[in-house]
Write a protein that binds this ligand. Structure first.
Ligand code: GRF
Length: 226
């Protein structure tokens, strides 16, 4: 089976990148992680990727002295050089310009730690708790010029528990992220996701668990037992 060539862009620990890498090990998975690119040479995720035998490169944005376009051109060249077809942002802490996004239209995925369109931006878990929401989660979406606003591919939910703080909530959301991102990338790489009028249509319809992860019976049990 021909696999879609994917680059994962990171800035830090890279746990989502590793979840994608694990999923891509399966012969039936429709994508392969061809390149891990970091804008921070000291990102811990680079070491994890190298250990997993994945080609890595870092392009230090600070060496471009605020010239975003030159930084993005350097990334773009690396992606072309490796024949990359899809780009996954995974904790990549640089905003991308409309120049870059236009070149990779509907081919850049991002994972955001909230149920979009709620809680765009940073510090999502603290803000979700402050708002008193009872359901929180994560979203994988295509990247558009407006931050955290592109078409939604898949979402995963967790129940907010009494006594949660931003750290405990982040921990449970991260577990969902590690299941959600491989699922969403798998759908896109298999050619099952079309963007129609700014919304994602999943070919073959949505089977349970296809593009939505909800708390499993075990999770609910834990909540009930508390
Ligand atoms: C994740 O919570 C992701 O949703 C957000 O940044 C964090 C990255 O974590 N965009 P990691 O580097 O994948 O561990």
């Amino acid at each position: 089976m021909r696999k879609t060539r994917v680059a994962v862009l990171i800035s830090g620990r890279g746990s989502n990148m590793m979840a994608l890498t694990e999923a891509a090990k399966k012969s039936s998975y429709p994508a392969e992680i061809t390149l891990v690119l970091s804008n921070r040479p000291d990102a811990a995720g680079l070491v994890h990727a190298e250990t997993a035998g994945i080609r890595t490169t870092s392009i230090d944005h600070t060496s471009f002295r605020g010239d975003r376009e030159s930084f993005e051109r350097a990334m773009h060249e690396q992606l072309l050089r490796r024949d990359i077809e899809l780009v996954c942002l995974a904790g990549f802490m640089r905003l991308l310009s409309s120049w870059f996004i236009a070149r990779w239209e509907d081919r850049i995925l991002n994972i955001h730690p909230a149920l979009l369109p709620a809680f765009k931006g940073l510090d999502t878990h603290r803000r979700a708790l402050a708002a008193g929401v009872k359901i929180h989660g994560a979203t994988v979406h295509f990247v558009s010029a407006e931050m955290d606003s592109g078409p939604i591919i898949a979402q995963g939910a967790v129940a907010v528990r009494e006594g949660d703080d931003a750290e405990t909530l982040a921990e449970r959301v991260l577990e969902v992220e590690h299941r959600l991102y491989p699922l969403a990338l798998g759908l896109v790489a298999a050619g099952r996701v079309r963007v129609v009028c700014g919304r994602c249509v999943i070919d073959g319809g949505l089977a349970d668990g296809d593009a939505l992860i909800v708390p499993e019976p075990d999770d609910r049990q834990q909540t009930d037992d508390r």
